[in-house]
Design a protein around this ligand. Sequence first.
Ligand code: SF4
Length: 390
Amino acid sequence: MISPQLLTRIQAQGVRWGGAGLGLNRTGGAGPTDHKALDFGSQTSMVPVFEQPQVELQTEAKPVARSPFRAEPQSDAQVLIFEDDKPVARVQAPARPRFYDLTTADGVPYWKIATLHSKDVLATTVLQTCVRYRNRETSCQFCAIEESLAAGKTIAHKTPQQLAEVARAAVTLDGVQQMILTTGTPKGGDRGAAVLEASARAIKAAVDIPLQAQCEPPDDDSWFQRLKDAGVDALGMHLEAVSDRVRKQIMPGKASVPLSRYLAAYDAAVAVFGAGNVSTYILAGLGDTEEEILTFSLDLVARGVYPFVVPFVPVAGTPLENAPMADPAMLDRIFQTLGPALRARGIASDSLSAGCAKCGACSALKSYESQNQESENQEEQADAKAAVCV
Ligand code: SF4
């Protein structure tokens, strides 16, 4: 187990990989891109990992080239992470899941339909296209959703039947514990809720697995109950940036749905899914200030929404590929306040039904949730020991 602060720095700055390939640098898709699941003892975290030869080809302007962290394989399974020349962590890559070897009756490999995140989360992007993507006037500058489609690594639309088949196999063969359904935004006011509803219904009919759906706020709040009735246990509506200034600059299309609509949708969704089972991704490092992120996040916590604050990592091939990475000191200060606030509100990661906030692998936030409590326990134990000694 490593300290929350070290994990924050590793996730914010990435790791230069010095050995043989690990099947790295997946481009685009649901959740983390250019990330690798690594086991730090019992804790699995997603870490931006960049293969050394690729880094060497890049200019010094590439932020990852300046990361102080590098990894060196010790054996097939074990890897040592160094900060400068000092070893700081021993990690292991989770095994390739068995369901990746299967293919649907119509010839699609299961790994093109859904992938394993962390060590026990199945994730899929139901629609791999987005109405905002192809026009730089509307696309989110950090997003690479259609790149993996162009590279033949996935399919454009995963049908409910395909998702149900893969989910059943992933649970049976690999012990997957929850599933996340995200989607590019299609045309229409439901903003993807309709395909998520159909997908959830088919998956839940095939296998009993907690589900989180992720989409932009639909224009009609009745979608929340429809999603719940279809089997969705938790809902993510991801802001990414919290100030109008950054939203308009980095994600002009998504910013056409105003913050006021997100807040109203959060309140309506919490009434359906319950406190904590509504969440949002916030990418620290896009330009919002520390105060903006913390103030907004604490307001969300009070509403019963889990703000999953994650370090922004530039993705190759996007307009932000040369942008600076997140400041780990800023993240640490945000997490020091936000983690205990989540626990005090009763919406800590472990208590949630499903979703990225429950998985927690893309951010160190989860490990800060009990930090004050742990130090208080340690102080109490020290006091008790002192009392016994006296
Ligand atoms: S938090 Fe977990 S489920 Fe969410 S994107 Fe990261 S690895 Fe995937």
